[in-house]
Ligand binder design. Sequence first.
Ligand code: GLP
Length: 252
Amino acid sequence: MEVVVTPDPGEVAADAIAGHVRPGAVLGLATGSSPLPVYAALLRRRDAGAISFDGVRAFTLDEYLELPRSHPQSYHSVIRREFTDAAGIEVDGPDGEAHDVPAEAERYEAAIAAAGGIDVQLLGIGVDGHLGFNEPGSSLASRTRTKTLTPQTRADNARFFASPDEVPVHVLTQGLGTILEARHLVLVATGASKASAVAAAVEGPVSAFCPASVLQLHPHVTVVLDEDAASQLRLLDYYRFTAANKPDWQPW
Ligand code: GLP
C-alpha cells in the first residue's frame, strides 16, 4: 500500500489513474464528493491533449434502490453529470430500478467480468469506513448485492437530498470481494471527518468492522490523502519519507 499525503489529492489521484487510460481500459468510478477533483483533473488533462478517453469504458461502484434512475441524486445521474458525459465514456452501473435485484447483481458481476475486469478503481471512504456502500459488517469476500444503509451514512448523504427521509434505505453495491478484483485501487480521502476511518483502514486490523481495511489484502493500492485525513496515521512520518524518496522508475 502506498500512502501519499499531498495538498492536491485530485492531481495525485489523477496521475495514478491517467497511467491506465488507453483504448480498451476499464475504469472503476466512484461517486461522493471526494472523487470530484479527480474527475476535474482528468478532464483538464484530456482537454490539454495529455490523455484520451477514446475506447475507455467504465463501471460504477453502487446505486440507490428506491430511487428512479432519472432522479438527480441517483448515481446513474451523478456520474454522468460529474464526469462521463463530459469525458465521452460509456458507463454501466447497478440498476436501482431492477425488479429482480439478485438477478441484477449477477448481471452486473458478469458485465464487469465480460469487460475483462477493472484496470483501476477509484474509491472514496465513508466516515464509518465503508467502501462503495459496503457498510460495517460486510463480508470481506462479498459480491454485488443489496445492503441496508446505516443511520450514519443516511445522515451523511442527506445533504444531497431535500430532506433526510428522502435518502433511500437500501442500495445495490459491488461487494468487497468484487472491489478487490480490480487490478489497482486508488482511494482518495480529504478532511478531518475521514481521519479516523483512514487510520483504521490503513493501520488497523483487517476487519469487517472497518470495510476499507480490506485494502490491506490487495497487492496494489494507492491511498491519497490531504493533511487532515492523514492526521491520525501513526506512521505518517514514514509515509512522507517514502514519498519523498519514491524511485523515478516506480509507477503509481
Ligand atoms: C457514499 C458513496 C461512497 C463514498 C462515500 C463518501 O456513501 N457510496 O462510495 O465513498 O459516500 O462520500 P464523500 O466522498 O462525499 O465523503
